[in-house]
Design a protein around this ligand. Structure first.
Ligand SMILES: *Cc1c(COP(=O)(O)O)cnc(C)c1O
Length: 357
């Protein structure tokens, strides 16, 4: 007896999406980005599913990296933001983790060293995102210093694009980064999913695909399925009650939806405490037993309502896909004023997970 909601993860879709990325990318190597619990898909399951395909993995939390090592993953693992303190810098050597260096503090932590040997370092350049990274003007000095530090081995120069997915594009950042990369003689890493699909001149040595591995599109203009990707995550829940409304009846908190005519609605065992966005508009797409419909009224903590007026055969026990192969997560995200990434990462731990593939 469990609440009728589940998150299905299709590992064969993640593998398909990796191979799709490989076909479209010029990068010599691809590090699968599996931060944030592999965008909600499960960091260990995803890493194992990609073990024979990916050249390496990139993530944030050292705890996840250590868990991968303890599970037997021998691949290169890069910490995208580098160490957060001296203990992490030492653990990087112990667990053979490489990582970004974007600050003088990190250089000090790494300088303390570890008996376990040198840490592989990716020098992070702020080419215009203005989040992390050294400014281009400081790069010569920083590189010179890094090259004198025996506790680390500088292998790669990296940057991150703010607008690889939109019309602004990457030109301005690439103009700043490319000459530094060339002069450094290091391996280069710049491209996220959007750049891997749209800006081949930026691919360099190591591509860093994230969202496309999970089957969603980085672009507003197309869904993942339209690009040739397969959605790896399906969130679905069952109808647990049916209500018959007369014209003028309201649904849910704040009476945000008022029936304009007689209608039937289904109450679904999924709410914002499961990770479905509370702010989703009336009419956010769902599929009821495979048939298109939409939400009605405000999303509650544990429930939401969907229109069944045109689906007389649907009722208690019908399965409602909230996003997945039938309901593009990009459309749900758009109806909630956000992006697929946020929905994937926000699925709550109380939702039971089912692995496929
Ligand atoms: C998250 C992240 C990526 C992957 O981005 P996607 O848009 O999901 O492909 C790549 N590089 C860095 C530094 C990141 O933080």
């Amino acid at each position: 007896m469990t609440r009728p909601i589940r998150l299905e993860i299709d590992l064969s879709a993640i593998r398909h999406n990796f191979q799709f990325t490989r076909q479209h990318a010029q990068a010599r190597r691809l590090f699968a980005v599996i931060k944030a619990n592999a965008y909600g898909h499960g960091v260990l399951d995803t890493a194992k599913a990609l073990a024979d395909l990916a050249d390496g993995f990139a993530l944030l939390n050292i705890e996840d990296a250590v868990a991968l090592r303890e599970a037997g993953i021998q691949h290169p693992i890069a910490l995208l933001e580098g160490p957060f303190d001296a203990a992490e810098a030492a653990a990087m050597a112990e667990y053979r983790l490489s990582g970004a260096v974007h600050s003088l503090e990190q250089m000090d932590w790494l300088a303390k060293g570890s008996a376990r040997g040198a840490v592989e370092v990716w020098l992070k350049v702020n080419s215009g995102m203005n989040r992390l990274g050294f400014p281009p003007a400081q790069l010569n000095e920083i590189q010179a210093r890094l090259r004198t530090m025996p506790q680390l081995r500088l292998s790669t120069i990296m940057t991150h694009f703010s607008s690889a997915d939109d019309d602004y594009g990457v030109d301005e950042q690439w103009r700043r980064f490319a000459p530094l990369a060339q002069a450094s003689g290091l391996e280069t890493s710049a491209a996220n999913s959007a750049a891997l699909l749209r800006h081949p001149h930026t691919h360099g040595d190591i591509g860093r695909p994230g969202i496309i591995l999970y089957g969603a599109s980085p672009f507003d203009s197309a869904t993942g399925t339209e690009l040739g990707l397969r959605p790896a995550m399906t969130l679905s829940a069952d109808i647990i009650a049916v209500q018959t409304l007369q014209s003028g009846d309201a649904v849910g908190y704040g009476r945000r939806f008022i029936a304009g005519q007689a209608m039937r609605i289904g109450i679904v065992a999924c709410g914002y405490a499961d990770g479905y966005p509370r702010i989703a508009a009336n009419g956010t797409p769902v599929a009821v037993d495979g048939q298109a419909s939409g939400t009605v009224g405000r999303i509650s903590m544990d429930m939401l309502a969907v229109d069944l007026s045109h689906l007389p055969q649907a009722g208690v026990g019908s399965r409602v896909e909230l996003w997945g192969a039938q309901v593009p997560i990009e459309q749900v995200a758009a109806a909630a004023g956000t992006i697929s990434y946020e929905l994937m990462c926000a699925v709550a731990t109380r939702v039971p997970r089912v692995l496929r593939g």
